[in-house]
Design a protein around this ligand. Structure first.
Ligand code: ADP
Ligand code: MG
Length: 240
């Protein structure tokens, strides 16, 4: 579903991604962790064409990412993304946030888009908030809207970049529960998160990044109980 071969990226002279190789099968759940500044967000953003890489190859559902606009549009349709800061449109209601892209990008009739949006809002357990504005919701509710909004585009892959890091502790679980359900339904997921309980339940594979490199890649069992790299051990020691 997603494949990265020898991917390198620089910001100016700063080498932010170093020779990244990664294959994600359809339905697989990958959790990526690592210290701040290690390149996790950059990696995720490259998969969604929000950033350009300079070397190597990224393939999403058989499409090789290039700068070709057609290509970028296709990939963006297939790849849903949820950010730390929700990124909802503040001047649109919850329902309008969820129907905007289906109506304008997917050319769905409004009625159909609204029906589908309500189904997803029910799945994330906030159908009653449909006519409110993002500013009237809690952080946890806003993040669930962001997830529902992504799902309305019927993505093949979901990317999560620290979706619970901006939330108060009591709201983290409600977002993780929704993500866990999505995982059990078979969605292909790449999640940057330090929620290790979630990782242990859901991840097929753990990836640890440091200084732009993948340092370790293992099943959760091996990763948490018997990490191979000293840097992984140190990191886990700090966060667990
Ligand atoms: P992480 O998500 O693991 O915290 P990021 O991918 O956000 O790491 O950033 C990796 C490194 O790249 C950091 O040192 C960061 O300062 C740098 N960086 C991120 N975005 C940019 C940018 N647009 N321009 C220059 N440097 C950047
Ligand atoms: Mg980040």
């Amino acid at each position: 579903m997603v494949e990265l071969n020898g991917v390198n990226k620089w910001y100016g002279s700063f080498h932010v991604l170093r020779d990244i190789n990664l294959k994600v099968q359809r339905g697989e759940k990958i959790v990526i962790c690592g210290p701040s500044g290690s390149g996790k967000s950059t990696l995720i953003r490259c998969i969604n064409c929000l950033e350009e890489h300079q070397e190597g190859e990224i393939i999403v559902d058989n499409t090789v990412l290039t700068r070709d606009l057609k290509n970028i549009e296709k990939v963006r349709r297939e790849v849903g993304m949820v950010f730390q800061q929700f990124n909802l449109f503040p001047h649109l209601t919850v329902l309008e946030n969820c129907t905007l892209a289906p109506i304008w990008v997917r050319k769905q009739p409004r009625k159909k888009a609204e029906k589908l949006a309500m189904e997803y809002l029910e799945r994330v357990r906030i159908p009653d908030q449909a006519n409110k504005y993002p500013g009237q919701l809690s952080g946890g509710q806003q993040q669930r809207v962001a997830i529902a909004r992504s799902l309305c585009m019927n993505p093949e892959v979901m990317l999560f970049d620290e979706p619970t890091s901006a939330l108060d502790p009591e709201m983290i679980k409600e977002v993780l529960d929704v993500m866990t359900e999505l995982a059990y339904e078979g969605m292909t997921m790449l999640c940057v998160t330090h929620e290790m309980g979630f990782a242990k339940t859901v991840a097929d594979r753990m990836i640890f990044m440091d200084e732009g490199q993948i340092i370790e890649e293992a099943t959760p069992g091996v990763f948490f109980d018997n990490p191979q790299s000293e840097r992984t051990r140190q990191f886990l020691g700090q966060i667990l």
